[in-house]
Design a protein around this ligand. Structure first.
Ligand code: 8YV
Length: 327
């Protein structure tokens, strides 16, 4: 029988997934679940046949250039692969896979939760009650903005963007989107979605904007200071994708000046650091990268990783291979 592949897992995964991984492969777990240092990652790629990283690991050229001859697969636990240097992996014959599909609905739920939370002042109201300062109801007390009838601009109309569109439509919002290419007319029809070829033109007309594209060199600061200025003053910005897509400092400055109505952020440019000026703002809801953080979702993600490794180890093309050309 073949020797089991050495699989190095960078972070603690659900117990059921770790157990299965130990059964199937020669698995090295990260028992105390600390984010791996660069030295640890280099050590890992030297010994591993398969590396299972997460978003907290920078698998850059510096790390990949140290890989031993056995490293053939980087099976990412997560969908976004912006922390992995795909070009270097490819040039070294290392296959990269991810876990698409299984976290679509959870991430869309979180985006919708933020789309509701910020305009309706949910977190702010909760803070007020906990502070003990609530003096009671009045007709003009803590009014927010309705989202029903408002325009939602979706940046990135892939699986997650479409899942957000379905939700927002059910909440009575009108759906607008910008994407590199138009989605199928049937999907556009079902969502009653309006396509904007020009992101700039879309931004100027939206009440809420939500980000669902991958982070790539082409989308870094896609919502730049200039583009954020195009948004109406009453607009809200929601980001559950990657912090780097939005210029966080520019966004913060605009929120402080009152040039935007508010923001709901699940991701940040320099996670886990958050611009401290955001913390002082009441019209901002901040979440610690919880988009896909469900018990069920983590199991599903782990199962995807297992299938990718197992298929590859059995000599076949893993189902969720990622190529730089996909972005
Ligand atoms: C994960 C994510 O929490 O999949 C992604 O791209 O951002 C999240 O779902 C994380 O990436 C796990 O590596």
């Amino acid at each position: 029988p073949h020797k089991k592949p050495v699989v190095v897992v960078s972070r603690k995964l659900p117990d059921a997934i770790e157990t299965r991984m130990m059964e199937l492969f020669d698995t090295r777990l990260n028992v105390d679940d600390h984010p791996m240092t660069k030295a640890e990652l280099i050590e890992a790629v030297k010994v591993a046949d398969v590396l299972v990283p997460t978003v907290t690991d920078r698998i850059d050229a510096g790390v990949l250039s140290q890989a031993g001859p056995n490293l053939k697969l980087v099976a990412n636990f997560g969908t976004g692969v912006d922390h992995i240097d795909l070009a270097t992996a490819r040039s070294r014959g290392i296959i990269v896979t991810n876990t698409p599909g299984v976290l679509t609905e959870d991430t869309a739920d979180m985006a919708m939760a933020l789309i509701l939370s910020v305009p309706r002042r949910i977190a702010e109201g909760e803070r007020l009650i906990r502070s003990g300062d609530w003096k009671g109801w009045s007709p003009t007390f803590m009014l927010g903005h309705r989202i029903w009838g408002k325009r939602l601009g979706i940046i990135g109309m892939g699986r997650i963007g479409q899942a957000v569109a379905r939700r927002a439509k059910a909440f009575g919002m009108s759906i607008h989107y910008h994407n590199r290419k138009r989605v199928h007319p049937d999907i556009e029809g079902e969502l009653e979605a309006t396509y904007w070829e020009s992101l700039d033109q879309m931004l100027a007309r939206m009440d809420v904007v939500t980000v669902h594209c991958p982070h790539t060199p082409a989308t870094f600061h896609l919502l730049s200071a200039r583009r954020l200025e195009l948004l109406p003053k009453h607009a809200y910005v929601v980001n559950t994708a990657r912090g780097e897509i939005v210029d966080e400092n520019a966004l913060t400055r605009m929120l402080i000046r009152g040039d935007l109505a508010g923001a709901g952020l699940d991701v940040f440019e320099h996670e886990p650091a958050v611009n401290p000026k955001l913390l002082a703002l009441d019209n901002v809801v901040l979440l610690p990268h919880l988009g896909s953080a469900t018990i069920e979702g983590r199991i599903d993600m782990g199962e995807k990783v297992l299938v990718n490794i197992k298929t590859f180890a059995d000599g076949h093309q893993p189902p969720d291979r990622v190529l730089a050309s996909m972005f």
